[in-house]
Write a protein that binds this ligand. Structure first.
Ligand code: FES
Length: 171
């Protein structure tokens, strides 16, 4: 996902206008920025630091501490495969091998066309219905290799498909 700097600034200003600027709201705000923009850029860090009356170093420290926050854009779509214990018991390792083979990239990398970034995640609170996959802010359980392939086909921008995914829920 990419966004031009002017649009990014406006999106972040809009989020800031809706968010109290006390410390407890910093991380949720940064997660919202990432959901809207795709990553937390140096520009975003500057803007958020100013609004929260913090130094850029303080905000940067939060961004680098939390694994879910990114400093640079990745693919158009981020697919996270839960690799935590309950999902391991129901085949997430086999699913990860399939996903890597299908996309041609190991966990932690982005496809050459920039369409999908594949990575490991560690528990999305859907342990009883694994293997679990998170696609953006969507959680999908019971993901077999065949279901994974189906999910890939539903990603917007792939063959222009915007079909909703059955059985998914918001994170
Ligand atoms: S262990 Fe996979 S969702 Fe909890």
């Amino acid at each position: 996902m990419t966004i031009d700097p002017t649009r990014e600034q406006a999106v972040i200003a809009d989020l800031l206008a809706q968010t109290p600027t006390d410390a407890e709201h910093l991380l949720p705000l940064l997660l919202q920025v990432q959901a809207a923009v795709g990553f937390v850029s140096p520009q975003a860090i500057r803007q958020v630091a100013q609004a929260f009356n913090l130094s850029r170093a303080e905000v940067y420290g939060v961004v680098t501490f939390y694994h879910d926050l990114r400093e640079a854009p990745v693919g158009d779509h981020v697919i996270q495969l839960c690799m935590a214990e309950a999902c391991q018991a129901v085949g997430c390792r086999e699913l990860a091998a399939h996903a890597s083979q299908k996309l041609g990239v190991p966990l932690g990398e982005t496809t050459a066309d920039g369409h999908v970034h594949l990575e490991a995640g560690y528990c999305f609170g859907n342990c009883a219905l694994g293997p679990t996959v998170r696609i953006g802010d969507r959680i999908v359980g019971g993901v077999t290799p065949a279901r994974f392939d189906e999910l890939l086909e539903t990603l917007p921008g792939r063959h222009g498909n915007t079909r909703p995914v059955a059985g998914e829920s918001a994170a």
